[in-house]
Ligand binder design. Sequence first.
Ligand code: PGA
Length: 252
Amino acid sequence: MTDRRPLIAGNWKMNKTSGEAREFAVSLQEKVADVTDLDMVICAPFTALHVLKEELEEGIVHIGAQNMYHEAKGAYTGEVSSEMLLDLACTYVVLGHSERREYFQEDDQLIAKKVKGSLEAGLTPILCVGENLALREDGKALAFVRGQVERDLMELTPNELRKVVIAYEPIWAIGTGKTASSGDAQEMCSGIRNTLAGIAGSVAQDIRILYGGSVKSSNIAELMAQPDIDGALVGGASLEVQEFAQLIQNAR
Ligand code: PGA
């Protein structure tokens, strides 16, 4: 038995102008006004965060970013700090997404610093981990993901660890329409929880673990029924408000 509060996180990636973000936020709030039994967050591009602050700060849908840099300020052209995110009413930040690892060469050492920095600032990091197809086919997925979890969370105290959200996102399932079976997703999320228990003992029972990779309104219920899956990180299906609102309703 657990009292982990479910979390549905939308990850817009590089989509939506500020005008589109406003329209979405207004409409979503109306559609999920009755949802009090799970946490909801929209992780938007930096350029849309000020609009989400205006529309959502007083409401029940939380605001998140998709990246940040761990230094507080200074000569880091193009980067955004935790303080800047807090200023825009962000409470969550996605870190170590596979697209950042792959296209922007983010490694575990950097991601570990970002996770630590986000927690020190009072943000909730959503740390993404997950294997590619070759690793899965070689039977190395669990060992690989376990290594990511250990390296990315290495710097944290048990109290910090408790606040982290982990998103298991098999790379081969992202944006491909191929969802991991709920059994495979559960197996990995349980493996992640065992890894966390190895790091921080009973704290592992408090940590929320999400599944991500082609989650839709039609498959969310089956995923949520798994004992170690506490929610979802949703890309494509978070872009259309009707679908995302339906997904949230079906997650309950
Ligand atoms: P998807 O993306 O839902 O479009 O597969 C998930 C993610 O990358 O966070």
